[in-house]
Every structure is written in structure tokens, then in C-alpha cells.
Design a protein around this ligand. Structure first.
Ligand code: BDR
Ligand code: CA
Length: 313
């Protein structure tokens, strides 16, 4: 099985990504690290444990990471995800414990103790924890199999500012550390995630899984979608984070190009922008696989299949 660390700020779409991973036998989740992002760390660490318990996996190791970006105050997104970060369905308070170790130490120690090139780091939120880990222990860069991240955009623009996608915008300094680290990077940007829309038919296919589990998923999807329908004027909203896990399971669903990608950290106007050299005009080293397209029906077929496996496990 592919060994992964998930770093995440749930978030309804983060929740579906975690469930997709836990429902897939090809993947072994070594641990889940909470990031501050959509809502503060005090909520995301609880949300992760609620999601694990929903999946029937109270054994998963959950760690708290950093509560603030590397520099500057935290920007959150309650306007998208609700006050809890997981509005749309009520889940019981978790019983499973939060691990005592700091999430950044867990990332460093896992990458140092597992054989080099065997652990994939999946980030579904701001890059604070991974950026901090790489700053503390730069030697981990060469041991990471790959970083697969949801973040950034190019032709699609931004979603928190005209230039920036939320996850990169919240901690551009951390993103700059990650993109400059030399670790292999695969990006799932808005260019991809704006194609995986939660259309009625796709949500109904998830509802058909049945039971309380499916009601929870549909509650989240309906909540999360409501905002985006108004914003994007399309049927359904973008389902971002599960693309990271779907890529691990079926990379053939995605197409893109190895590019140079740099992070704007200074400009007030474009802070958090991913400057993607799609056309290769800069001569700068290619440091990230920038995905641009996805087989959206294939993505939803995979997601629905795995959620159904998890529901009936
Ligand atoms: C990203 O921001 C969050 O709101 C979502 O969970 C996703 O990770 C999309 O820009
Ligand atoms: Ca997220």
C-alpha cells in the first residue's frame, strides 16, 4: 500500500478526501495532521477525529500542527464552510484521542524513520506544517516520495483574491518553502478542481449509498455547494481536496505539465499567487507537476465507489 501523511483543515471537501483515503485499500494512512485554515486549529483537529470515527477508524493517529501561519495572522473561511468548518451535518464529539506529539514533529520523524522515497505527503490546506517541517529539518525534502497538494491556480485565477487560491494565500511563506525545497510536487489547482463539480446527479449517486453515512456526506455536499452555486453560476460547486487522493489512486484521470512554479509572497495585490510557467518562458527549473485537466466523471465514479466500500465495510 502507498504510505501517506495527510495534512488537512476540514472543511467538508477535506472530509471527503480523508474518507476517500480511508476507504481505499491501496492507501495506508500513517497519520493525519491538523492545519489551521478553513477554521482554527482548535476546530480542525476535532473535525478530523469526528471524520475518522464516522469512518469507523478511531485507530488513526491524529496530530495537531501549527495554529498560525509562519508569519502573520490566520485567515479563515467560515463564509464557505460554516462556523464549525463542517456545517451541514451533525457528528458526535469524538472520543478518540489527539496524539500528544506535535504534528510537525510527526512529519519529520516519520519521514526520517520510514525508508527514503516511500512516504507521500498529501496537503489539503495551507502549507504551514510542511513548510515548518522543511525549515526545521531540510533533510526530509530528499526523503519525501512526493508532495501532492491542493492549491494554487493559473488560467483559472484565484478564489480568495483575484490572484490567489485560499490554501496558498493563507501561508505564502510556507508555500514558498515547499516549492523551493526540491521535493517532487504534484499540484491539484483550481484549474482541476473547478471541473469536479457537485452536480445534482453526482450528489444523488452518493445519496444512493444509503444510510446515515450517506446522509452526512450529502449534508456536507449540499452545504458546501450552496455557496458555490451562487459564486460560480454552475450546477454544483467545486469539490477540491478529494482530487489529491484520487490522483494517488488513478493518476490517469489527470493531465498536466511539469513547470516552474513560484509563489508571490510580497505584493499586496497578488500575495499567494502561484506564478506558473506553463509556456516555459522563464528558464527557471521545473519544480512542480501542474495538473490542468481531469476526467470528472471518472473522478466521481471512483469517489462514489470508495465511499460505498467504506459505508459497507
Ligand atoms: C481550498 O480551500 C479550502 O476552502 C478547501 O478545503 C480547499 O482545500 C480551495 O481553495
Ligand atoms: Ca482544505
Amino acid at each position: 500500500a502507498e504510505k501517506i501523511i495527510i495534512d488537512t483543515d476540514p472543511g467538508q471537501d477535506d472530509a471527503l478526501a480523508i474518507l476517500l483515503a480511508l476507504g481505499s485499500p491501496e492507501i495506508e494512512v500513517l497519520g493525519i495532521v491538523a492545519a489551521a485554515g478553513n477554521v482554527p486549529l482548535s476546530l480542525t483537529n476535532v473535525n478530523i477525529r469526528k471524520i475518522c470515527e464516522l469512518a469507523g477508524r478511531p485507530d488513526v493517529k491524529v496530530f495537531a500542527g501549527c495554529s498560525q501561519p509562519l508569519t502573520g495572522p490566520l485567515v479563515t473561511a467560515e463564509h464557505v464552510h460554516g462556523a464549525t468548518g463542517l456545517d451541514g451535518a451533525d457528528l458526535p464529539d469524538p472520543v478518540m484521542p489527539l496524539q500528544e506529539r506535535h504534528g510537525v514533529d510527526f512529519i519529520v520523524e516519520t519521514l526520517m524513520s520510514e525508508p527514503a522515497g516511500t512516504v507521500t505527503v498529501c496537503t489539503l490546506g495551507p502549507l504551514t506544517n510542511l513548510g515548518k517541517a522543511l525549515t526545521k529539518a531540510p533533510e526530509i525534502a530528499g526523503r519525501i516520495k512526493q508532495v501532492v497538494l491542493m492549491g494554487g491556480g493559473c488560467f483559472e485565477g484565484g478564489n480568495i483574491t483575484p490572484a490567489a487560491e485560499f490554501n496558498i494565500y493563507v501561508d505564502p511563506q510556507a508555500a514558498a518553502v515547499v516549492f523551493g525545497s526540491g521535493a517532487p510536487i504534484v499540484m491539484m489547482p483550481l484549474d482541476v478542481t473547478h471541473r469536479t463539480l457537485t452536480t445534482r446527479a453526482r450528489v444523488e449517486a452518493i445519496r444512493a449509498i444509503g444510510g446515515h453515512f450517506a446522509e452526512v456526506l450529502v449534508g456536507w455536499l449540499d452545504y458546501f455547494e450552496r455557496f458555490d452555486v451562487a459564486k460560480y453560476g454552475s450546477e454544483g460547486g467545486p469539490l477540491h481536496d478529494p482530487n489529491v487522493i484520487a490522483y494517488l489512486l488513478k493518476p490517469e484521470l489527470y493531465s498536466g505539465r511539469l513547470c516552474n512554479v513560484e509563489i508571490e509572497t510580497e505584493s499586496e495585490l497578488t500575495k499567494g499567487m502561484t506564478v506558473v510557467d506553463w509556456w516555459g518562458v522563464s528558464g527557471r527549473p521545473k519544480n512542480a507537476m501542474f495538473m490542468r485537466d481531469v476526467d470528472a466523471d471518472g473522478f466521481y465514479a471512483l469517489l462514489t465507489e470508495r465511499l460505498s466500500w467504506l459505508a459497507h465495510a
